[in-house]
Design a protein around this ligand. Structure first.
Ligand SMILES: [Zn+2]
Ligand SMILES: [Zn+2]
Length: 104
């Protein structure tokens, strides 16, 4: 027993190295596993019925015209088109049924 401290240190380092390696492997394999599950889920999952798998639906408020016409109550003759506040002019809104995933 020339240097018991050193032997202990080496053993300790080996243990730490083993733990790090193990956790690294488990993290990587978990990621790979998740990717496979995600892939299968996308393949198996039925497309959303509301948006037909697109993930978005035509804006309900402006009906896809990107603007809404509103008239101030005090002057019903004056109609002002303005950018739709729901879709912000995108004409589509995210499907609420699948939260934009396209499948449920
Ligand atoms: Zn809209
Ligand atoms: Zn949907």
């Amino acid at each position: 027993m020339a240097a018991p401290g050193k032997a202990l240190l080496t053993a300790g380092l080996a243990a730490v190295g083993g733990i790090v390696t193990l956790s690294l492997i488990s993290t990587v394999s978990l990621r790979a596993f998740k990717a496979v599950v995600d892939k299968n889920r996308r393949k198996v999952a039925p497309p959303c019925q509301v948006c037909k798998g697109k993930g978005f639906v035509p804006c309900k408020l402006c009906k896809g015209s990107s603007t809404v016409s509103w008239s101030p109550l005090f002057d019903p003759v004056f109609i002002k088109p303005c950018v739709c506040p729901t879709c912000e002019g995108n004409r589509v809104q995210r499907c609420l049924n699948c939260i934009g995933n396209g499948f449920v």
